[in-house]
Design a protein around this ligand. Sequence first.
Ligand code: HEC
Length: 200
Amino acid sequence: MSNVPWWASESFWRKTAIWVTAGMTLVLIALTFDTVKVITAGHSRVPAYEVINKRIYYRMNTKRKFQEPVIGEDAPLFGKMLSPEEAEAMVSHGKMTVQAKNCGSCHTLLGNGAYYAPDLTKAWLDPAWAGESVRETLMVQFLLDPTTNARGFGSTRRMPNLHLTEEEARAVVAFLKWTSAIDTTGFPRNFTPVAQEGDL
Ligand code: HEC
């Protein structure tokens, strides 16, 4: 018999590798289900679509050491309270438009995409929109004709006209209002949100 100790034997390491791989596969499956639950709309981190009926603030959380969205009082988008179904339809239409027009070829969204133009996740809260009362109108105007309505989002680059219809532009605004309410654990960093009444 060989005098190799059990812990150095080939069969011990082969069995260990098999058990560890099998165990970790199960852990990965469990984590996947857990993550899907957390990132589904309606969870505390990713609010339900009818959040677009609410005012969304961005506040520094001193404990977590980054800004997090706060859902405020009623503030219907384009002045109309939507049912959960209507809100979902509008946000989905906005998301489809963003995909169909490939906004990600210049922008990132939740960090995914290209680095030519600003990240859009918190665009709804961008101070460039001048103020809460005019923001949605200015956003639609900008999306319909970005060349004429550029507001200086911190670069000299210009966004081309992507020929959105007004309905598509409004849906994109709904989508961006919803993404701004996602708790992204502070992403993007050092983002200056629009001045909110009460903060001034
Ligand atoms: C060819 C590149 C390009 C594409 C494609 C593009 N954008 Fe832009 N976008 C820009 C640039 C550049 C800016 C900054 C413009 C400025 O500073 O005037 C911008 C700015 C914006 C802003 C303002 C960002 C902020 O920080 O408030 C929004 C909102 C926006 N784009 C939405 C979209 C949407 C929605 C699409 C797809 C329908 C899209 N963009 C496609 C280049 C692009």
